[in-house]
Design a protein around this ligand. Structure first.
Ligand code: KG4
Ligand code: ZN
Length: 350
């Protein structure tokens, strides 16, 4: 064994540790904190406390899975932004403590950069330059990846993230947080159902002067108005039956699919990009995946999607980026600060 890089990810509500040994992912353990579902969103203070309890067992667990001890570690890579300040602090403090006591290098990793490489972290041979579409609960952006460390954000959302839109409209329909997987399942169910309720047609916003940007807040408002027009409220909940819910979910997913495909059409306007990489929790959608597959095969370009567990937040992608940086002789100072609003371009070679 030449190198064993531990990755740590605690930027939001997933507590994750992973071990990258030499050239492959040796172990990964992720716990999604389910406690937030009753509050309709991630509660930062509770997330930090849960990270404190879950992180050390996750790190011990990946070492056990890989048959290594903490003394075998070559370096520790940790997400230091963007994310929730308190949550990031738990991972960063742990990583610093480990780097100091074990005398190994610390590598601060940008969470968004991690997502760009999550398909690669799963062992897929991704070819540069590619376009990464990052679609999660907190982010929606298209990034041109020329090479490792060379990123150009082409466009992003002007308001809500795609996952946020799914979570908020799902909540209107009575689904617990996070709701994306429910809407996705409904979309597939609709095609298999008797289709008694027609799919409502919601608007697909386009930003006139910038086809590379997205907007989802108009869609959210349109869904709310549609619900108000068609259903009564009782105890703060719209009264709709399963068939109606499935049809509305289908209408929302269709609109999200069209909005994202419009952005991709604009981004792939020349022959330069070799293919599409998708990442983020929303990329776990089977319906959207089929839309992306259709788009890339129609355009004759490659499509790389991470497996479900690497779509959502995970430490494998953080360990992978840490390993690449280590190979380039890079490391971070032990007084590395967290950066809750870190952007991607601040990490790019222009
Ligand atoms: O990347 P992620 O785990 O966390 C961040 O937001 O950073 O993404 C979570 C988002 C949530 O909005 C959730 O509703 C959505 O991913 N999601 C899905 C699916 N699974 C999770 N959206 C659509 N289809 C799914 N199967
Ligand atoms: Zn994420």
């Amino acid at each position: 064994m030449k190198s064993a890089v531990l990755g740590i990810e605690t930027s939001c509500d997933e507590t994750s540790a992973a071990l990258w040994v030499d050239d492959s992912l040796a172990a990964e353990r992720t716990t999604t904190q389910l406690l937030h579902s009753q509050y309709g969103g991630v509660v930062p203070e509770l997330a930090s406390r849960a990270h404190e309890q879950l992180l050390a067992p996750a790190v011990r667990g990946v070492c056990e899975d890989a048959g290594l001890s903490m003394r075998d570690l070559t370096a520790v890579a940790v997400t230091n932004g963007p994310g929730l300040a308190g949550a990031l602090l738990v991972g960063l403090s742990f990583a610093k403590g480990l780097a100091l006591t074990a005398g190994i290098p610390l590598l601060g990793v940008n969470h968004l950069e991690g997502h760009l490489w999550s398909a690669t972290a799963s062992g897929q041979q991704v070819e540069c330059p590619f376009l990464a579409l990052l679609i999660s609960g907190g982010h929606t952006m298209m990034v041109k990846v020329r090479a490792f460390g060379e990123y150009q954000v082409l466009g992003g959302t002007r308001d809500d993230a795609a996952g946020e839109l799914l979570d908020k409209t799902g909540r209107m329909m009575g689904y617990p947080f996070p709701a994306g997987a429910n809407l996705d399942r409904d979309r597939l169910l609709y095609d298999r159902s008797a289709k008694q309720s027609p799919i409502p047609r919601f608007p697909r916003a386009r930003i006139a002067d910038d086809p590379l940007s997205f907007s989802f807040s108009g869609l959210k408002t349109a869904v709310l108005y549609y619900m108000r027009r068609n259903y009564n409220m009782q105890d703060g909940k719209f009264q709709l039956d399963d068939q109606e819910r499935v049809a509305i979910s289908a209408g929302i997913m269709d609109a999200v699919g069209d909005i994202l495909i419009n952005g991709l059409e604009a981004a792939f306007n020349g022959p330069e990009l070799r293919g599409l990489v998708v990442a983020g929790g929303v990329a776990a959608s089977r319906y959207l995946t089929s839309r992306f597959q259709e788009f890339t095969s129609r355009r004759g370009i490659a499509f790389w999607a991470p497996p479900f567990n690497l779509c959502t937040d995970n430490a494998a992608m953080i360990a992978y980026v840490g390993r690449r940086r280590l190979q380039r002789g890079e490391s971070s100072p032990l007084d590395l600060s967290l950066n809750p609003t870190a952007s991607l371009e601040s990490f790019s070679a222009k």
